[in-house]
Design a protein around this ligand. Structure first.
Ligand code: MG
Length: 275
């Protein structure tokens, strides 16, 4: 038995080695290698190159073992922001009183028109965010007025929510856009009335002590399993009118938009992992 295991192990090892040797990457034409070598240098890969596999295998830092959630359920290290039982983790953005949106019997909540945006009580910086949303049937209105909402990272950077099905609008304001800033790579909505999933990864910008931005934030958005924003550079806030702005800030709330035109957008199963 042990002999058989060793034979299998050796065979697998040779398989990996032979696969690596078969891989051919395409060369880049007209590369000035001297110039290329001057751009990025990894200190950890300087010096004498290792000659054994063990020299490039590391056992630290320890990687946390967590219980991942099935079918979008929160993993064990997530902060659950909404699971359908209450709106206790949310407040009105208008006056910091209790969130006034509708809590539904199916473990979702729905925008209560013209009561204002809601935001988390807790502030966050870099996060992985999972949020599910649904635009209502029957449809009403058109363009930006059909089930418009949005997820605002850090309270000021909007990932657009819109019922885009048979509803054209400007592409940098369509569903999955970073509003007025980055067009999505695809339109991946499910049929109106069904639940969409956004999985969002956000890294906040960094500012110096004078308030100047020294590192851009970035956002990645996966919409129903489809990459629609690929680690885009945040160029600032996402206003309806005007250029993006870059006010210095620290952590902020996650905010959900009441567009004020009877959007009736619903949300469920909202959780974050702080990065
Ligand atoms: Mg919006």
């Amino acid at each position: 038995m042990k002999y058989k295991y060793i034979v299998l192990l050796l065979a697998a090892s040779f398989g990996v080695i032979s696969c690596q040797e078969k891989v051919k990457v395409e060369p880049i034409d007209d590369v000035n290698n001297d110039a290329m070598n001057s751009i990025i240098v990894y200190d950890e890969y300087m010096g004498e190159e290792p000659t054994t596999p063990e020299e490039t295998e590391f056992y630290e830092p320890n990687v946390s073992v967590i219980q991942s959630g099935a079918l979008g359920a929160p993993p064990s290290d997530a902060v659950v922001l909404f699971n359908g039982t209450s709106l206790d983790n949310w407040i009105s953005s208008n006056d910091s009183t209790a969130a006034k949106w509708h809590l539904n019997k199916d473990a979702s909540m729905t925008v209560n028109d013209k009561t204002g945006n809601i935001q988390t009580k807790q502030n966050f910086g870099d996060v992985q965010l999972h949020i599910e949303w649904k635009s209502p049937l029957p449809v009403q209105l058109e363009g930006q007025h059909r089930a418009n909402s949005g997820v605002f990272l850090n309270g000021i950077y909007e990932v657009q929510i819109l019922d885009q099905n048979d509803n054209p609008t400007y592409v940098n304001g369509q569903v999955g856009s970073i509003y007025k800033q980055h067009v999505p790579l695809a339109m991946a909505s499910v049929p109106t009335g069904e639940w969409n999933i956004y999985d969002i990864i956000y890294h906040a910008p960094e500012f110096n002590t004078d308030g100047g931005k020294i590192k851009s934030g970035d956002i990645t958005v996966i919409h129903n399993g489809v990459l629609v924003q690929d680690h885009i550079e945040l160029k600032g806030t996402t206003p309806y009118i005007g250029w993006p702005k870059n006010p210095a800030h620290g952590k902020g709330p996650l905010l959900l938009q009441d567009h004020g035109d009877d959007s009736r957008v619903s949300f469920r199963n909202i959780w974050v992992r702080e990065l």
